[in-house]
Design a protein. Sequence first.
Length: 326
Amino acid sequence: MPFLFHKSLLLLLLSGFLLFSSVAWAETEVLYGKGLFWKIEKDDRAPSYLLGTMHVADPRVLKMKDEVKPYLTKAKILYKEVEQTHREYREQTNMRIRDDDRTLDQDLSEEQFKKVVEVAKSIDLEEEDLKVLELWFVYELLKGAPWYRGTDNDKDSREDDEPVLDTQLGIMAFESNVKVQGLEKARERAQLVWGRPAPIYLKGIERALENVDIIKDAAKRREQFIQNYLNRDTTRMYHTLEETLKDEPPEIYEIEKIAMLDKRNLNMVNGMTKGLIKGNSFTAVGALHLPGEEGILNILVNRGYTVSRMDCGEDEKSSFCPNQDM
């Protein structure tokens, strides 16, 4: 396969599982819905730290590296969603390629396929490579997950050539002799979407293609998500996910919310527990894994840990900002 295909997929690592859109936000409260950087404490153990990341290489997002560097470089271990090994990269590439001897142009009408091709071009994904992608991955691509970079980028140097935040954190840890460990295997995570009936995703693709402004809207969604991240507003991230899924059938909600988010949150906490017990661990996972009743932070609290924000603003008043007056 062309090198560009592999480059594009590596840049999309870990990004294709969460759906976002620009919507009117619900006003319901979301537990731990503000903040990206948290301290985790229990008993007399050395504190550990948890960072919510965004799987992109936008320069604004990458500034988070400087904020957490003093803690990450002194940690005993860095936990990431998936380890940065050749085996895991290969697995993440392979799990996106179909093995049923069919291609996307056979599943869609000529008009539908042409529209998907236009979306693929916007992220430098060539038509021949697009044809062999798994239907679930095409669905995620069309729903505008935050990996979208857009064709209206007029910068001389595009961010595509920069490693995403999670990868750069791993590099920082390696350079500081901090052990790096994955919380899940790429193949294990793939099992959450593999084996689902093809019509689930095919119908989802057809619904997404009904949007006549799909490329333009995807760019807007990505920028909105970046802004939410910069504002450390995980409440809006969470509401966006819920709003996006509310008109989807129950089987899609079960995949995207229950399987890919809630169940993985529990698995991640189980995976990072050894480091929490020893103390001075650092965990970096997608920001949307942090908030909510089923989120990582609430799971930790229910297990007796104390969590407090490390990124409180001077004017913020919250029980999770211990240095601020209530």
